[in-house]
Write a protein that binds this ligand. Structure first.
Ligand SMILES: NC(=O)c1ccc[n+]([C@@H]2O[C@H](COP(=O)([O-])OP(=O)(O)OC[C@H]3O[C@@H](n4cnc5c(N)ncnc54)[C@H](O)[C@@H]3O)[C@@H](O)[C@H]2O)c1
Ligand SMILES: CC(C)[C@H](C(=O)O)[C@@H](O)C(=O)O
Ligand SMILES: [Mg+2]
Length: 357
């Protein structure tokens, strides 16, 4: 059985980190006889340069055919002045919406070896293991109408629409309840139901779903409080479910609890469990081309791919164990460096994971 993996390196540090993850995937492919075949395509700024569009038809076609996709990152300052529809980020958003990848899983796990790399006190974060379930194809990211219009006064007004249908909320709610059932059985739904009608309905639907999952303890929290609680006492959370934009923000915040955004992987799944896997961070233009980016979030995203889209739990665990081993060996990229550790490059970190496999 051959399974197709599409690699989309993208921009900035994307190609550097995807190269390391690809080596790791190749190695487990051999070790576990996974029958994976790889293809590469352009997305984001790299595709704009080549094809004048952030999501070429050929890339979308390959993405639809693939069993799973591994994406590096898109974007960069050289494309920031383009009109919204032509920006690199539209390539990523287009993939998410075209493939209906509505369920974004962002686990924030603190490796014990990195307790001192977190900006929070070790006792606050030690043992941290939370899962943020972010809705990814709706909400204010995709709501219509949107744009910039001119008012009668002649002043310009920018506007976006925060909208969710009941079915969109229900399907992400189910993913989150099921995730909680397989973990600590606690689900916190994050909203702004004291101000926004759409999230009043969100809260009602989560309450309604609760009856189908009597073993899960459901709580609700306003997003501003959630942002605060995440740094005050993050271990109170097990699974968090929230909309697209709140999830974007809270997951970057959660990343820092684990020491660095360079450690946070993600899975974006559709109803068929086809998935796109990517680190939560961006293209990091400030360090691109220097060979110092942390490839572990991307390597851990490859492990999530094996687990969620390909059903290869053993291979996924092998990668995760290898990552843990290189951290045990004291190897650190600059972002997670601490006293007494050995600072290594992107490539050296990738090679160390390979060796640990
Ligand atoms: N999924 C994606 O493709 C994605 C996600 C976020 C941002 N972006 C895009 O990336 C560009 C830069 O955005 P930003 O600066 O806000 O966010 P960013 O995540 O790219 O960078 C934020 C900070 O984290 C650091 N960082 C990020 N990843 C790292 C890694 N693997 N190792 C070490 N350090 C790392 C960067 O050096 C930077 O200081 C923008 O164009 C943005 O739209 C893309
Ligand atoms: C690049 C951007 C469109 C994207 C998002 O906002 O979803 C990124 O920040 C992410 O978290 O994957
Ligand atoms: Mg983000």
């Amino acid at each position: 059985m051959s399974r197709k993996i599409l690699m989309l390196p993208g921009d900035g540090i994307g190609p550097e980190i995807v190269a390391e993850a690809e080596k790791v995937l190749n190695k487990v492919n051999d070790q576990f006889s996974l029958g994976l075949s790889f293809e590469t395509a352009l997305v984001g700024g790299a595709a704009i340069e080549e094809d004048d569009t952030p999501l070429p038809e050929s890339t979308l076609a390959k993405a639809k055919e693939a069993d799973a996709i591994l994406l590096g990152a898109v974007g960069g300052p050289q494309w920031d002045s383009l009109p919204m529809a032509k920006r690199p980020e539209k390539g990523l958003l287009g993939l998410r919406s075209n493939l209906q990848l509505f369920a974004n899983l962002r686990p924030a796990i603190l490796y014990p070896q990195l307790a001192s790399a977190s900006s929070l006190k070790p006792e606050v974060v030690s043992g941290l293991d939370i899962m943020i379930v972010r809705e990814l194809t709706g909400g204010i990211y995709f709501g219509q109408p949107r744009g910039v219009r001119e008012l009668e006064s002649g002043e310009r007004q920018g506007y976006n629409t925060y909208a969710y249908t009941e079915s969109e909320i229900r399907r992400i709610g189910r993913v989150a309840f099921e995730a909680a059932q397989q973990r600590g059985k606690k689900l916190c739904s994050v909203d702004k139901a004291n101000v926004l009608e759409v999230t009043v309905m969100w809260r009602e639907i989560m309450e309604d779903l609760k009856r189908e999952y009597p073993d899960v303890e459901l709580s609700h929290m306003y997003v501003d409080n959630a942002a605060m609680q995440l740094v005050r006492a993050p271990k109170q959370f097990d699974v968090i479910v929230t909309g697209n934009m709140f999830g974007d923000i809270l997951s970057d915040e959660a990343a820092m609890l684990t020491g660095s955004i360079g450690m946070l992987p993600s899975a974006s799944l559709n109803a068929q469990k086809q998935g796109m896997y990517e680190p939560c961070h961006g293209s990091a233009p400030d360090i691109a081309g220097k060979g110092i980016a942390n490839p572990l979030a991307t390597i851990l995203s490859a492990a999530m791919m094996l687990r969620y889209s390909l059903g290869e739990e053993k291979a996924a665990e092998a990668i995760e164990a290898a990552v843990s081993k290189v951290l045990d060996q004291g190897l650190r990229t600059a972002d997670i460096m601490s006293e007494g550790a050995e600072k290594v490059s992107t490539r050296a970190m990738g090679e160390a994971v390979l060796a640990a496999l």
